[in-house]
Structures are given as C-alpha cells and as structure tokens.
Design a protein around this ligand. Structure first.
Ligand SMILES: [Zn+2]
Length: 98
C-alpha cells in the first residue's frame, strides 16, 4: 500500500489596509502569510486575489462573490500585531533569529 502525505504550510490570516495593486485604491485586504512562501492576498474593494504577487484568474462573477463574502474573512482575520507575534514565534521555533 502506498501512502501519500501532503504537507501544507501553516498560514496566518490577518487584515491590513493598503493600496491595492489592481484597483489602485486604499482598501481593506485579508492576507494569508506563510513563513517560507509568498502570501495570498485578497482585496475587499475589487475582489481580486493574488498569490505571491501573481493575480489569480477569476471571472467577474467570482470577484463579485469574493466582495460579497469578504466581510466575514475580514472579521475573522487577526490584527497586524498578532501577525508580527506569529512571525517571531515561527522564526524562534525554527531557530532563526529575526
Ligand atoms: Zn483592489
């Protein structure tokens, strides 16, 4: 019997307000950050999502759905201060000094 083990990185979801690269407005964003991978970002203004700087292919309908449910992800996301604490804890765990 063959077993397949898929290791997914642990991410940390937090919220930030900054200028969106796609709609060029200062909007709310939900960010899922990983220690060794590029972040996944979602704009609450235009509904675009991108991973490690690359925009995901999404239809207008998908972006509209993203915008519609964004407030739930925003409310569940952690603060930027909690993100910094998580990052330092992860680096300490890995034995890497920040
Ligand atoms: Zn945007």
């Amino acid at each position: 019997m063959t077993e397949l083990i898929v290791c997914t990185p642990r991410g940390f979801t937090y919220r930030r307000i900054f200028d969106c690269a796609w709609c060029e407005r200062r909007t709310r964003h939900v960010v899922v950050d990983y220690l060794w991978y590029g972040p996944e970002v979602e704009c609450g203004g235009c509904g675009h999502r991108w991973s490690d700087g690359y925009r995901r292919r999404q239809t207008n309908k998908q972006r509209a759905l993203n915008r519609h449910s964004f407030h739930k992800r925003w409310a569940a996301a952690q603060t930027p201060a909690a993100h910094r604490a998580w990052m330092h804890a992860e680096l300490d765990y890995m034995g890497v000094s920040a």
